[in-house]
Design a protein around this ligand. Structure first.
Ligand SMILES: CCCCCCCCCCCCCCCC(=O)SCCNC(=O)CCNC(=O)[C@H](O)C(C)(C)COP(=O)(O)OP(=O)(O)OC[C@H]1O[C@@H](n2cnc3c(N)ncnc32)[C@H](O)[C@@H]1OP(=O)(O)O
Length: 200
């Protein structure tokens, strides 16, 4: 079955590899979310811990070097990484981006709202990827400021916007926002600086 929204147009993976990997990551995310909801008896937890350890042991058979790892195929917009928040890009121009995102239960801080750190991580990933595509590749976050304007609900489709404000030499200044309908949940302001060789 094809995973909805699997995107790898810039990556090295074939469509079949990308679909299969995103499927595995999606199952892992479901596990993380489920863990936030349950209260099993100790013997069940011991049994399931063994099952999870077995999966990790099996996967370790396929460890590869940097550059060959599927999770680093960053063309997949957060979908191919077990911890990043997956999002969709619906419009992309030279200086702006529109997309959508939904935080899962595993990203919850409390009372059905997203953890502030998860929101900041989303902005870093979205703005960094956007700068790589439309600003300057090989840039790193120099600063990232987030204003939490209102609570950010989990399990709800939110609007994600980003724009490049200006480029000065190696510096790309960007802003981003996350909104629930007309309500602005959070806003971000960031500077990405293009690294110079031999910087890693
Ligand atoms: C095939 C295609 C694929 C496409 C799809 C690709 C996808 C690919 C997506 C990646 C998506 C992941 C996005 C995550 C991105 C991270 O999270 S990166 C990790 C977090 N960031 C870091 O670890 C950065 C650590 N810091 C550093 O490495 C260095 O401090 C930096 C940022 C490279 C800058 O150091 P530097 O190169 O020595 O530059 P430096 O001379 O200090 O500063 C350059 C200029 O920036 C200014 N500046 C530097 N820092 C600051 C600051 N904090 N505040 C204000 N100004 C500053 C300086 O004042 C200077 O300004 P000018 O004098 O030129 O006007």
């Amino acid at each position: 079955m094809s995973s909805p929204g699997a995107v790898c147009e810039e990556g090295q993976l074939s469509a079949a590899q990308a679909d299969a990997f995103v499927g595995m990551i999606t199952a892992f995310r479901d596990l993380q979310s489920t863990l936030c909801l349950v209260a099993p008896p100790p013997e069940t937890m011991t049994e399931l811990t063994g099952a999870i350890e077995n999966v990790a042991t099996r996967l370790k058979e396929f460890e590869v070097g940097e550059g060959e790892r599927f999770a680093r195929d960053l063309g997949m917009r957060g979908q191919g990484h077990p911890v990043l928040i997956p999002y969709r890009v619906t419009e992309l121009s030279e200086t702006s981006m529109l997309g959508s995102v939904s935080f899962g239960l595993a990203n919850m801080g409390g009372d059905g709202t997203a953890h502030g750190g998860a929101i900041t991580m989303l902005f870093d990933d979205v703005l960094g990827t956007f700068v790589s595509r439309r600003g300057q590749p090989d840039s790193r976050t120099a600063f990232l400021k987030v204003d939490y304007r209102n609570i950010t609900p989990v399990n709800r489709e939110l609007r994600l916007t980003a724009s490049i404000d200006r480029i000065e030499g190696r510096k790309t200044f960007v802003t981003g926002a996350l909104a629930d309908g007309d309500v602005v949940c959070a806003e971000a302001e960031a500077l990405f600086v293009r690294v110079l060789p031999p910087q890693p």
